[in-house]
Ligand binder design. Structure first.
Ligand code: NAD
Length: 472
């Protein structure tokens, strides 16, 4: 759906008028283009607190970005550590001294905060960011890497938890389409960082800001891994894929090299076939709430050799306040949005259709995080999706299967086009990007969780909401 406000605000006349009235001008976000050879282009300023351990992994990740040049702030305690790690990794890092007069612009700041042991040492964050915060380019990235607080000693836990407030505030301070995100990495899991770092530095995370991802250890090695076709040789299924976000997910997963099975209800068969034809995929007509749906899905997937990834995207709203809600609205929303997903997971896991090392990726919603007037049924179902992700993650670890969820905010689809105008405008503007997201933004985050590179990610919920104020 088109955003009239954004189109006018970005016209030549509109820019002048909107600026003079102090109205927000939503920036046209940089999104991934197929011809993009490097996941980030421009200068990346890398910093660290003393004693931090993620610097080699950060530099090794950036080494693979052909369009990036690297620099660090001269004179800070970690400068020597960064230069030493750069020598080890085989990258060159310039020393940069910030001054008010210089016109340098940076595409990203990456700060390794894993060495911070107590709240006094949070000063390292100030020393790095204070001189450079006005030097961010349009659609720039801030990534802070910390230690998983729950696995730290008490003093370190307190300080590391503080980083969440820092990064969420950065998301609100940076303008012009820039984003800020936090990665908590377990001690010893630094080799799992490249997948997450690449995503947060790339245009694929255009509408993801103020988020936190937890990275754990895994034996997965990224040596033989093709970053341009991460899902090459993988078979995936996307439910609710005839239109909207599901169709976008199918397209992005196909772009990433997967053989994609798309599923939707029989009345959507024509649209579903079109999606399948567009991406060279396989259409499966089924209602996921039908008693035999798990069997139909399992049999269809087995014909293709089993599944590496299942994306539970199909979902509906039937909005009414609790007092006015017919029981059929309650039952329908709970059954489509969560009940059927539980039954399908049970079957695919029991009969091995979802292979060991596979991925379950779910679609929650910020309504499930914040609750929403008139959406008790929907919010319950989407919060339950989060419960399923968090509950199943530890159980699936022994089979190297990961389960994660994305929680979209306001995304421009037919579902949101049906929202009354005033509420729709509020949903669009009440976020750090002052605009709604696109289905592709959700799809890119699904692809991030589906990637074999991200074996160390399980039990995460990432909001794709432009840092919506709702539930923040
Ligand atoms: P949509 O209505 O455009 O698409 C949903 C698809 O699911 C449709 O093709 C529909 O036919 C299919 N579906 C519904 N019931 C089904 C069933 N029983 N069996 C099989 N398929 C079924 O919606 P969308 O906006 O693309 O939403 C996709 C997902 O994202 C949903 O889970 C939704 O709750 C979630 N979400 C969307 C937004 C948003 O802003 N659009 C925000 C938060 C979460």
């Amino acid at each position: 759906m088109s955003d009239f406000y954004q189109a006018i605000a970005n016209s030549a006349v509109g820019k002048k008028v909107f600026s003079s009235l102090n109205l927000p001008i939503p920036v046209t976000l940089d999104r991934h283009r197929p011809d993009q050879a490097s996941f980030i282009s421009g200068t990346v300023l890398v910093g660290a607190a003393a004693g931090s351990k993620a610097i080699p992994a950060i530099l090794a990740t950036l080494k693979s970005a052909s369009g990036a040049s690297l620099a660090t702030l001269a004179g800070l305690p970690a400068e020597a550590d960064i230069q030493k790690a750069a020598g080890g990794v085989g990258v060159s890092v310039d020393n940069y001294t910030a001054s008010k007069e210089d016109s340098a612009k940076f595409k990203a700041f990456v700060f390794d905060a894993t060495g911070i042991q107590n709240t006094a040492e949070l000063r390292a964050v100030y020393d790095f960011f204070h001189p450079i915060m006005r030097k961010l380019d349009k659609c720039a990235r801030i990534v802070v890497i910390g230690r998983t607080p729950e696995k730290c000693s008490l003093e370190q836990r307190i300080a590391q938890r503080g980083l969440e407030g820092l990064v969420k505030s950065f998301g609100k301070e940076v303008k012009k389409g820039a984003i800020a995100n936090l990665v908590y990495v377990d001690d010893g899991a630094e080799s799992q960082l490249p997948g997450t770092l690449t995503f947060f530095l790339s245009p694929k995370s255009a509408y993801v800001s103020g988020q936190l991802v937890r990275v754990g250890a895994s034996d997965f090695g990224a040596e033989n891994f093709d970053w341009n076709k991460p899902l090459w040789g993988k078979t995936v299924m996307v439910t609710g894929a005839a239109r909207g976000i599901g169709a976008a997910i199918a397209e992005v997963l196909a772009r990433d090299g997967a053989k994609v099975m798309v599923l939707d209800i029989p009345p959507m068969a024509d649209d579903l076939k079109q999606v399948a034809e567009r991406i060279g995929g396989i259409a499966v007509e089924a209602d996921i709430t039908a008693a035999d749906a798990p069997e139909i899905i399992s049999n269809a997937a087995k014909e293709q050799g089993g599944l590496d990834v299942i994306v539970h995207n199909a979902g509906v709203t039937r909005d009414k306040t609790m007092a006015g809600m017919p029981d059929k609205f309650w039952d329908m929303v709970i059954d489509i949005n969560i009940g059927s997903e539980e039954r399908i997971n049970t079957r695919l896991l029991a009969d091995g259709t979802l292979k060991d090392g596979g991925r379950i990726v779910c679609v929650s919603s910020i309504s499930g995080i914040a609750g929403n007037m008139g959406q008790t049924n929907y919010a319950t179902s989407k919060a339950a999706v989060i419960g399923m992700v968090q509950g199943m993650a530890p159980e699936l670890a022994s089979r190297n299967i990961t389960i994660n969820a994305v929680a979209p905010g306001f995304i421009e689809t037919q579902m949101t086009a049906a929202i009354p105008f005033a509420i729709r405008e509020a949903g669009r503007r009440l976020n750090s990007m002052n605009q709604g997201g696109q289905p592709v933004d959700v799809a890119e985050t699904i692809a991030f969780f589906a990637s074999p590179a991200n074996q160390g990610l399980s039990g995460n919920v990432v909001r794709v909401c432009g840092q919506s104020l709702i539930g923040a």
